[in-house]
Ligand binder design. Structure first.
Ligand code: FCB
Length: 489
């Protein structure tokens, strides 16, 4: 059993509004993000094999309307026009993920060059347009063959990930400086193996905690593998959907509930990755589910190695109290909302709707949470540069008669959150860039195509792309380094 440590993480009160105009440092990266399964399509081309998301989305009842990523927005074939569009929108960075089963179809063994070639061409296209690429190695699409061998609850999957990381690092390390090992391992572990609302759809509490540990191990092994083959100037990071967990009241029972969820949401990853130990309180909270005996000697050293940066994905805060059956059921989709708690041993915690305006996902709009999160990790990991690797909102966007798509709510969301980032920089945080989720409308996992997160509208019949007014607003921010007013088009 590893030694435990839990840092003190006081909750900050959000400070006053920023000065106007809101101006960013010249080197700040103005990016947008996507992931392979959500945009690429071409699922059976050039040797790609099914990932757990192909299997899951093709299983009746798992996604809204039975929708799949078979075609998605056909980025695999349209990447050139998509990169040209990014350049037209003034983006200076682009975060995308590599499909593991496109480059290593069985999840082990030699790489498929034609699969890697797609990413080589994409990266070269980006560089030619002056756009900085940021690669995520794993955005939830485990090759199905590895799931059949046990998936993330099996230790071997972490070693397979390291092998895959080395392959991609060797192929692209000469031209990509920004690397992210995993996207939101919380979702892979707890939504994939706990609540089962994400692929592979298992509902096994003990397996979800084993998966969490092996994802941490994969991050550590993958970081070493990347560093063994890449130039030292390259940055290695991880993207976490760390939760801003707030207690409903200052009642000690509610505060204790918030601490418990903070361990299950944040401590389980930040503990080993940033501090070299799982929180002792996490072991206590999960004692009835697992004994953590799969944490082997030396694992924590592998996981806890210096990173070059931390990626934070933020959408909305989480509000909890001690359970009270009268107050309604738990929520959990990784961003503070949904029907089933994915956490083992959290039956004594109730999750609540946070106040304020809500997006189409039902998530409340609360930029103060982003500021709070950045400041927390500025204290927890001093000196580590931070990137906001995802932030954005889904709205029910509809083209007007003239074909334009006006989305003032998204503009307000982006402005509010970017202003919160700027406040954090003023308060001493080293935030180097922001990646809007998402570049364009895409396959929103279990929600299929019904939730539109894009700054660019996609007509799913013609696959035509139309920048929404938020994309033009963001372009002005990116080109000037100053946030335009909300009503500026
Ligand atoms: C994050 C995912 C991303 C997208 C957004 C809305 O959890 O990383 O793929 O689904 O939420």
């Amino acid at each position: 059993m590893p030694e435990s440590a839990q840092p003190e993480t006081p909750i900050l009160v959000s400070p006053a509004a920023p000065e106007s105009p809101v101006t960013f440092p010249p080197a700040f990266l103005w990016g947008a993000a996507t992931s392979a399964y959500q945009i690429e399509g071409a699922v059976r081309e050039d040797g790609r094999t099914p990932s757990i998301w192909d299997t899951f989305s093709h299983t009746p009842g798992k996604t809204a309307g039975g929708e799949t990523g078979d075609i998605a927005v056909d980025h695999y074939h349209r990447y050139r026009e998509d990169v040209a569009m990014m350049a037209d929108l003034g983006l200076t960075a682009y975060r995308f993920s590599v499909s593991w089963s496109r480059v290593q179809p069985t999840g082990r063994g030699p790489a498929v060059q034609v699969g890697l070639d797609f990413y080589r061409r994409l990266v070269d296209e980006l560089l030619q347009h002056g756009i900085t690429p940021a690669i995520t190695l794993y955005h939830w699409d485990l090759p199905q063959e590895l799931e059949d061998a046990g998936g993330w609850p099996e230790r071997d999957t972490a070693y397979r990930f390291a092998e895959y990381a080395q392959i991609v690092g060797e192929a692209l390390g000469d031209r990509v400086e920004h690397w992210i090992t995993l996207n939101e391992p919380w979702c892979s572990a707890f939504l994939g193996y706990g609540s089962g609302v994400h692929a592979p759809g298992r509902t096994d509490p003990a397996a979800s905690l084993r998966a969490a540990h092996h994802l941490n191990l994969a991050h550590g092994l993958g970081t070493s593998a990347l560093r063994s083959v890449m130039p030292t100037r390259n940055e290695v990071a991880i993207s976490l959907n760390s939760s801003v967990v707030r207690p409903l009241s200052q009642d000690p029972a509610d505060v204790a509930a918030a601490r418990k969820i903070d361990d299950l949401a944040n401590g389980v990853f930040h503990g080993p990755i940033l501090h070299g130990a799982y929180p002792k309180s996490l072991f206590e909270a999960t004692r009835s589910v697992t004994d953590w005996s799969y944490v082997q000697d030396g694992d924590l050293e592998v996981i806890h190695q210096p990173l070059n940066a931390l990626g934070l994905n933020y959408y909305t805060p989480t509000l909890v109290s001690a359970a009270d059956p009268k107050l309604g059921g738990p929520r959990a989709d990784g961003h503070g909302a949904s029907e089933h708690s994915p956490w083992p041993a959290s039956a004594d915690v109730a999750f609540h709707q946070t106040p304020g305006d809500r997006t189409e996902m039902g998530w409340s709009v609360d930029p103060s949470g982003l500021h709070e999160l950045i400041m927390r990790y500025t204290r927890e990991a001093p000196g580590l540069p931070i990137y906001i690797t995802e932030n954005g909102a889904a709205y029910d966007d509809k083209p007007a008669a003239d074909g334009t798509v006006h989305d003032p709510e998204r503009i307000a969301y982006l402005r509010g959150h970017l202003a919160a980032v700027r406040r954090a920089i003023t308060d001493g945080a080293d935030v180097r860039g922001y990646f809007l989720w998402s570049l364009m409308d895409n396959f929103e996992w279990a929600y299929g195509y019904e939730k539109r997160f894009g700054a660019v509208y996609v007509d799913y019949t013609t696959l035509e792309r139309t920048p929404k007014s938020s994309a033009r607003w963001y372009e002005r921010a990116a080109r000037t380094g100053v946030l335009p007013e909300v009503d500026a088009r």
